[in-house]
Design a protein around this ligand. Structure first.
Ligand code: GAL
Length: 362
């Protein structure tokens, strides 16, 4: 009998210690971000961490390093740790569908963060910036700085695996297409865009054809070698004052460097987005023309608040629906701000987003 009591005691101690360990390692909100290799996502993590400090909930942030397999493992890790909500910014919009379906099967709520996961009904909410507006702001900037006819236009896009790349490009196209049709711009680096230049509302397949040709894969090196190849293939007559649609800040900087180094390019206008520190310095230095500022403080806060509401059994507020090719996903959408040399200090320094000391010449 004594032995049995001793055994029961030992087993209970084990169970107790085991449960303690499980709950200590457990997490309430799991966050999966695409890669550490682009400054944008490190900024998002920093914003998440400052929101998290204010809440009583435990959170874990994992990076997928540009791999769908790692993304799936990350989701599985968070499921195993007992996450109640998973916030995920997909590396690959379609592949992530399979990962979040296993979360959904466990009753875990899924919030798509910044990039919409496509082709599945396992997404509960989407927290995003207005991505069509991002592209429209880029297109408008180029239009506002062009005069006369025949201005050379070079188009670049994000990754085909990212639903946002489609929204950004369609947004830019909404503004640029009428100006291509009336001869203000002449496309110099995309046969596919040129073939479709009379169509304003492109289908997803048409967008994919153009993006497939001028994609940067969100990779600065891909952007650099594409821009080099494009300029090498062109004569001085196709250069002069150039207008460049670059899809984000990292690619904008590398494309800008290539154009700046070409002696036949007399001036260039290049777009960007994310207000990465290095691009803010480029804007101050006159090497990048603009960026679209997406205040990650707002997005991270919105996503965390949504997660907390879900944990507390409340229904989060949404203000839009985004179609993910399978369902209409209830979404919370945030506006974006255009930044140029003229307002960079006011928008990014005076608002406390960055500190003046992080830059030179501001
Ligand atoms: C997009 C995101 C952009 C940009 C880009 C490159 O999905 O919305 O802000 O960071 O990815 O990673």
């Amino acid at each position: 009998m004594k032995r049995i009591i001793a055994l029961v005691m030992v087993v209970s101690v084990f169970l107790f210690v085991g449960l303690q360990a499980a709950s200590a390692a457990g997490v309430d909100v799991g966050i999966v971000l695409p890669t550490k290799d682009e400054p944008r996502w490190l900024q998002d993590r920093a914003r998440f961490e400052s929101v998290i400090e204010e809440t009583p909930y435990s959170v874990e942030v994992l990076f997928s390093q540009g791999s769908s397999a790692a993304e799936k493992t990350n989701v599985e890790t968070l499921i195993a740790k007992g996450a109640k909500v998973i916030i995920i910014c997909a590396h690959d919009a379609a592949a992530a569908g399979i990962a979040v379906e296993s979360a959904k099967a466990e009753g875990i709520a899924v919030i798509s963060y910044d990039r919409l996961i496509t082709g599945t009904d396992a997404v509960d909410y989407y927290v995003t910036f207005d991505s069509v507006a991002v592209g429209e702001a880029m297109g408008q900037y180029l239009v506002d700085n062009a005069a006369g006819k025949g201005n050379p236009l070079y188009l670049y896009a994000g990754a085909l695996t990212d639903n946002n790349a489609f929204l950004f490009f369609q947004g830019a196209w909404n503004i640029l297409q009428p100006k291509i049709a009336d001869g203000t711009f002449v496309i110099k680096n995309s046969v596919q865009a040129d073939n479709l230049k009379d169509i304003k509302d492109l289908t997803r397949d048409q967008l994919a054809t153009i993006i497939g040709e001028v994609t940067t894969d969100w990779d600065m090196n891909v952007a650099k070698s594409k821009a080099e190849a494009h300029l090498t293939a062109r004569t001085a007559a196709d250069k002069g004052k150039c207008y460049i649609l670059a899809p984000n800040d990292g690619t904008a900087r590398s494309i800008a460097d290539v154009f700046a180094a070409d002696t036949d390019v007399t001036e260039y206008f290049v777009t960007g987005q994310d207000a990465e520190k290095a691009s803010v310095q480029y804007i101050i230095d006159g090497k990048q023309s603009m960026t679209v500022f997406k205040d990650t403080r707002i997005l991270a806060t919105d996503a965390m608040n949504m997660a907390i509401e879900i944990i507390e059994g409340k229904t989060p507020e949404t203000d839009a629906f985004y179609n993910n090719t399978m369902i209409e996903v209830p979404s919370k959408q945030s506006p974006v701000i255009i930044v140029t040399k003229d307002n960079v200090k006011e928008v990014l320094i005076d608002s406390g987003y960055y500190e003046a000391g992080e830059f030179t010449g501001i």
